[in-house]
Ligand binder design. Structure first.
Ligand SMILES: Nc1nc2c(ncn2[C@@H]2O[C@H](COP(=O)(O)OP(=O)(O)OP(=O)(O)O)[C@@H](O)[C@H]2O)c(=O)[nH]1
Ligand SMILES: [Mg+2]
Length: 278
């Protein structure tokens, strides 16, 4: 499936982030825990440069705990600072602040030696819909950043002071200028990072089905009844029949079955199942 979605606002966002990078100490790189590897975007590299980074596997509540821990350990083994969070609750806020201060300990100490209390400034980046704005709000006593369950909610830049001597810059989600890895594109669309208008839902469901049936066939069986055919077209027809999604003339409504499959995955109705596996 070919996906191309790099609208003007994303190119503009990258330029804004490059400018703002001069004013920040660190980058908080938010990844969706359901597909952490697919959320790593090379387009961010020129923005981050040599800044210190804290990788955050967000939406950890949507993934089986052992899988999130595996990913966190995997990143840490590569020398990356990494934590996992559920930003809908505020319970992980102290861990975010603690780790942000940890990667800035040196600079804070240097200022302290001069008698200056340093405000740590970090830019929060990531693909669309990964939960950047929600994460910022989880750190703030009042909800400051606009959030929403669709990609492309944040458009401009917004500095938010979250207390504890920390200021965070919210930024718009950015995708790849060129989606050369088709499977990555499908996974990002499945986690809601690509606008639905850009990815045809029937195509997405078919490609998603191929991924799901390879990773968790038993979850599909549990959700939709007996074993489904391995062919994605036939599988969508079978889901339509089992859900009584029938068009006039008794034809299975494949398009609605496709929408059901994609929505079931996004809502976690298939289970807490990640798409990227180690
Ligand atoms: N289950 C769960 N949902 C989350 C979490 N963090 C964010 N969300 C939801 O994910 C959706 C997107 O959140 P946003 O904070 O708007 O995402 P964003 O990365 O700022 O998105 P853009 O500004 O569009 O790039 C919202 O519906 C949030 O409620 C989380 O940790 N767990
Ligand atoms: Mg946002």
């Amino acid at each position: 499936m070919r996906i191309h979605w790099f609208p003007g606002h994303m190119a503009k966002a990258v330029r804004m982030m490059r400018d703002e990078a001069k004013n920040v100490d660190s980058v908080v790189y938010v990844l969706d825990a359901r597909a952490p590897a697919s959320c790593l975007n090379d387009a961010f590299e020129p923005v981050i440069g040599s800044k210190t980074r804290l990788y955050v596997l967000n939406k950890a509540d949507l993934v089986a705990r052992n899988e999130v821990i595996k990913w966190t350990e995997h990143f840490k083994k590569q020398g990356m600072e990494c934590i996992y969070t559920d930003s809908l609750s505020k319970k992980d806020a102290p861990a975010i602040i603690k780790n942000l201060m940890k990667i800035n300990a040196g600079i804070v100490e240097r200022y302290k030696a001069k008698g200056v209390s340093k405000t740590v400034r970090a830019m929060v980046i990531g693909v669309p819909n990964s939960g950047k704005s929600t994460l910022i709000n989880s750190l703030s006593p009042v909800k400051r950043a606009v959030t929403g369950n669709r990609p492309g909610v944040t458009r401009g830049k917004q500095w938010i002071s979250v207390g504890n001597g920390v200021e965070l810059l919210d930024s718009p989600g950015v995708l790849y200028p060129d989606f050369s890895d088709a499977e990555k594109a499908v996974k990002l669309a499945l986690i809601g990072s690509v606008r639905d208008e850009v990815a045809d839902v029937t195509e997405l469901a078919k490609e998603g089905y191929a991924i799901f049936s390879g990773l968790f066939p038993e979850a599909l069986e549990k959700r939709y009844g007996a074993q489904l055919p391995s062919d994605p077209d036939a599988a969508l027809e079978a889901i339509a029949v089992r859900r009584s999604l029938i068009l006039r003339g008794g034809v299975p409504d494949v398009e609605r079955a496709a929408a059901v499959l994609v929505s079931d995955y996004r809502k976690g109705f298939l289970g807490n199942l990640p798409l990227d596996r180690l």
